[in-house]
Design a protein around this ligand. Sequence first.
Ligand code: NAD
Ligand code: IPM
Ligand code: MN
Length: 352
Amino acid sequence: MADYKITLLKGDGIGPEIVNQAVKVLDKTAEKFNFTVEYDEALLGGCAIDATGVPLPEETVAKCKASDSVLLGAVGGPKWDTQPGNNRPEAGLLGIRGALGLFANLRPSVIFGPLKSASPIKDEIIGDEMDIMIVRELTGGIYFGERGRGDDFAWDTEKYSVAEVERIARVAFDLAMKRNKKLTSVDKANVLESSRLWRETVIKVSKDYPEVELNHMYVDNCAMQLVRNPKQFDVIVTSNIFGDILSDEASMIAGSIGMLASASLSGGKLGLYEPIHGSAPDIAGKGIANPLATILSVAMMLRYSLGQPEAAEAIETAVSKVLVSNRTPDIYEEGMNKVSCEEMGDLVCAEI
Ligand code: NAD
Ligand code: IPM
Ligand code: MN
């Protein structure tokens, strides 16, 4: 029996291309660090709709629950945009997050040294390093609230319970304690009642973490501050929808959305790991997608679910070394080797 059982949800668009590279890197890491991995594939998203009529077949949920971790590519694409809302590929993604109870989504925005010149943000603003951890609540808020449609109107509801805010706040405070003990809670408490509850609850939880310096920021200001002075942030905790938007913004500080990994956790060992980007239909099948966000998601899996921190570090170090002279088109700079998705995967393996 293998040491770890991983379910692969390759999904749609560039999903299969990037997951294949990440699997190659995980296999290489397993060989080097003496553990074994067994894979099982399951359908999620548009490919699942095509094969079974629904974006999240029951078999997929069962396979994920029976594994040590899940690696996901991305779902969605124009082919399925005419599906009713509750049968879209994206509904399948929300479904699996809900079914596995993955309420905590960690989205680290880290700039690799060699990529500093690829970031649109000036060097002096980035400073020596940029390392922000966005903690996004993932199974509540407007994504999961009541919604509906009338003849000429539609609604979605942002609703949070104290318990939901409390548990995500604790994840963020715990992370802050292991980092620089600085936490920014982002909300829209000047307008939204749910945000006022969010803020009150975060303040209540903060009493258990007297060493952590807590500040609150409105989301519109935070969007601006991320570009004006990203160094002021260490850990950011925020709601499902604000975290979605702010993490895409933060990805550009790191050079490209193709660089940002994520971990979705439930409090138990099982986690789901995926890049923060989507299925990139505009480049799917061209072999030019950046696989590093998915490869770095494997590193997060090794760290947060599989208890292999050294293997995680080996991947991150290899990525950093490869980036010195090799780039996929999204992070390309003059004078570098322009490489394909597959070549990038091979280079990371060779470095490991
Ligand atoms: P996207 O993230 O797929 O693409 C945005 C832009 O970034 C595109 O120009 C794309 O080419 C580029 N890009 C994304 N990932 C890249 C990579 N690895 N390498 C190089 N370039 C990359 O967002 P979108 O275009 O708004 O959405 C496309 C589809 O993906 C939609 O159906 C959307 O719902 C879905 N989506 C899925 C997920 C997910 O599965 N987690 C996340 C976001 C969007
Ligand atoms: C993400 C994506 C998803 C989200 C969509 C596809 C449901 O944008 O993972 O960031 O909004 O959570
Ligand atoms: Mn998103």
